[in-house]
Design a protein around this ligand. Structure first.
Ligand code: ADP
Length: 500
């Protein structure tokens, strides 16, 4: 396992901070077997805190994806999974949840090693949410049902919900294991079979989960894993005629590409994409709670959340006081060794993200915004960026328009409710929003007027396996989590029987 044997230098982010990890699994999972890529190729995955290589991982491309899709098709149509009682499918998903719980420390360490997120978050947020999500969908397996339909004439008409088939799942690197759980939970509950491509930056935890899935007794071929790159492995999965549906989480640009590629075979597609979520603070809010929510809403996970509250609208009359306290709070964030339990902010996931974020900080300066704290690299090793707060931001600046996916907050003052609703909605995104106020009427007015898939009132980033999540506008199509996700993985069939 990834021995999270970090050095004891609290807050240090020197290259010595993580002992050499031993990675249990770095190959492809196809038809229940761990195999090398057909091409023999591998790719390196790196520790973003040290910039050192962790492991070489088998690199799938079209040939491997083809084998994985065939295996998934075979187990969809024949074998134990195809005929298994729904309740038994639920038991297997629960077994997997139990194994995740039993191996929680190891999986959390692997996640922190590959992604850089603080171990306290991997342990307290990512992993418990994975377990919860799997258990939630285990409970659905035997509750997916159709209707009887009162049609005209002497007929008996009913509907069935059948598995959509072989599903291709393509996920990002910001919550590697949690994204697997969001994808596998409803797919397994509905009886689909899976080919999943983890992000090339963070393949390790998904591969380990694949081992646990086999250990849980999920039959071979039901879950196949094809780590590799987007334009090769990812695109091959999207274009493969044997794949019935693609579920994608990632950037809006890649989502557009996938939608185009999926059109040729008219695949079912669901998308969870980018965001530029407004976090709206009224003067009558509990300010201490709102300040904590503004910090958490943006800086959690190094700002690498699709629902990050990156546009912080603050009512003019409290703007200066609020910003002063927020900046003070941002400065208390503890950057450093992600394996130190006191660390609250780790490195960004890789050089590309690091460069992109620094580019946006530069663009913020050039556009005339005022940087009150942060704005620079932290330390010399690892992709760390200081928590950064900009004021004097206008709605048209790149830092207020584009998804930065990093620890960069734009503060925008506003005067009236109508104004802030209009400005909050002046974006192509619509994933999430939050409002902080003690006025219940105003809270609901904002909740109903902001065009976003999730609105948090006096809280931020509150997730639950039962609560649907997804985007309006260019933030996505479809909803994950909750009962809503089940329809992503089922086809509705109508059966009409003559009683004459
Ligand atoms: P980011 O830019 O943050 O890495 P992406 O949206 O590019 O986000 O990546 C999310 C996932 O999509 C990753 O697993 C990546 O490999 C995959 N991906 C990237 N490009 C493509 C593509 N053309 N087709 C299919 N999958 C892709």
């Amino acid at each position: 396992m990834a021995t999270a044997a970090a050095s004891k230098k609290n807050g240090s982010h020197k290259s010595t901070l993580v002992a050499t990890p031993s990675v249990k699994q770095a190959r492809l999972l196809i038809d229940g077997k761990w195999v090398a890529a057909k091409s023999g190729k591998t790719f390196a995955t790196f520790n973003p805190a040290t910039e050192q290589k962790i492991a070489d991982v088998a690199e799938a491309d079209a040939a491997d994806v083809d084998l994985a899709v065939k295996a998934a098709r075979k187990s969809l149509e024949s074998g134990p999974w195809a005929t298994m009682d729904a309740r038994d499918r639920g038991r297997l998903i629960n077994k997997l949840a139990d194994l995740v719980e039993a191996n929680l420390d190891e999986l959390a360490a692997l996640e922190t090693l590959d992604n850089g997120k603080p171990i306290r978050d991997s342990k307290a947020a990512d992993l418990p949410l994975v377990v919860d999500c799997l258990r939630y969908y285990a409970g659905w397996a035997d509750k997916i049902k159709g209707d009887t339909v009162p049609v005209r004439g002497n007929f008996f008409c009913y509907t069935r919900r059948e598995p959509v088939g072989v599903v291709g799942q393509i996920i990002p690197w910001n919550f590697p294991l949690l994204m697997v759980a969001w994808k596998w939970g409803p797919a397994l509950a509905t009886g689909c079979t899976i080919v999943l491509k983890p992000a090339e930056q963070t393949p390790l935890s998904a591969l380990r989960l694949g081992e646990l899935a086999l250990e849980a007794g999920i039959p071979k071929g039901v879950i196949n894993l094809v780590p590799g790159y987007g334009p090769t492995a990812g695109a091959a999965l999207v274009k493969h005629p044997g794949v019935d549906k693609i579920a994608f989480t990632g950037s809006t640009e890649t989502g557009q590409l996938i939608m185009r590629d999926a059109a040729a075979t008219l695949k079912r597609t669901t998308f969870e994409l980018g965001g530029k979520s407004p976090n709206i603070v009224f003067a009558d809010a509990n300010l201490d709670a709102a300040i904590a929510g503004a910090e958490f809403g943006l800086f959690f996970n190094q700002g690498q959340c699709c629902c990050a509250g990156s546009r912080l609208f603050v009512e003019q009359k409290i703007h200066d006081e609020f910003v002063e306290k927020l900046v003070k709070r941002a400065k208390t964030r503890k950057l450093g060794n992600p394996f130190d339990p006191n660390t609250t902010q780790g490195p960004q996931v890789d050089q590309a993200q690091f460069d992109k974020i620094l580019g946006y900080i530069d663009a913020g300066h050039k556009a005339g915004a005022k940087c009150l704290t942060g704005g620079k690299r932290f330390g010399k090793t690892g992709f760390y960026i200081e928590p950064t707060v900009f004021t004097e931001v206008t709605d048209d600046m790149p830092i207020a328009v584009d998804e930065i996916f990093g620890p960069v907050l734009s503060v925008l003052p506003f005067k009236s409710t109508d104004e802030v609703i209009r400005r909050a909605n002046a974006t192509n995104f619509g994933l999430a929003a939050a409002v902080w106020t003690r006025d219940i009427g105003k809270a609901h007015q904002i909740a109903h007027s902001v065009r976003a898939g999730t609105v948090w009132v006096n809280c931020y980033d509150v997730f639950d396996a039962a609560a649907p999540f997804g985007g309006f506008k260019q933030s996505g199509i479809g909803r994950e989590l909750g009962e809503a996700a089940l329809s992503n993985y089922t086809e509705l069939k109508t059966v009409t029987v003559s009683l004459g």
